[in-house]
Design a protein around this ligand. Structure first.
Ligand code: ZN
Length: 187
């Protein structure tokens, strides 16, 4: 692991490489700020920061939950091909079996795996694997809709910047009515 000073030096080199003068007033503090920001943006490499996916017993309060539970939220990540952000919304759903989960956990798992260099396809899998493993639900589904700045800033796909990836498992895969119900929720 490199020291902060070494990391800041790398950012200075990067500024030089793009044709900047790292010593000018406005950029003096930039390497320090960038390295500070990396801590947050790339916290997903630190296994200690991996959220614990705690679950509760279904039926613990005398009610057996078997309906579809849906949650949506935002995420921000960086594409591993160009090191620029891609970001958007995620739509998560599951049908419980023996366990239920607090939805804030889903948001934390999304945040953790977003805080790495990613591709959207892998981000979906990382999150669904993690949650399926802890929850063993009857079905789980995740749809991610994202804008990729590497495309949009270059004008390659200015008119259709949104990319959609999904991972649909269990009851959502087997039962078309269940899948359609979810898809209708997130339209
Ligand atoms: Zn890219």
């Amino acid at each position: 692991m490199k020291s902060n000073k070494q990391k800041e030096h790398i950012v200075q080199e990067m500024l030089l490489a793009i044709g900047e003068n790292p010593d000018r007033q406005g950029l003096k503090d930039t390497p320090r700020r960038v390295v500070e920001m990396w801590k947050e943006n790339f916290a997903g490499y630190d296994k200690k920061k991996k959220p614990k996916v705690t679950t509760f017993d279904n039926n613990a309060d005398g009610v057996h939950y078997d309906q579809m539970i849906v949650d949506s939220g935002y995420f921000f990540s960086h594409c591993e091909h160009h090191l620029v952000p891609f970001f958007g919304t995620y739509h998560f759903a599951y049908i419980p079996d023996k366990k239920i989960i607090g939805l804030s956990k889903v948001a934390r798992v999304v945040d953790f795996y977003s805080a790495r260099l990613q591709i959207q396809e892998r981000l979906v899998k990382n999150v669904v694997d993690e949650i399926e493993n802890a929850l063993k639900p009857r079905g789980v589904a995740l749809v991610i809709k994202a804008r990729h700045l590497c495309k949009e800033m270059r004008g390659v796909e200015k008119h259709n910047g949104e990319m959609i990836t999904s991972d649909i498992r269990g009851a959502f895969r087997k039962n078309e009515a269940t899948r359609m119900e979810f898809m209708n929720f997130i339209k």
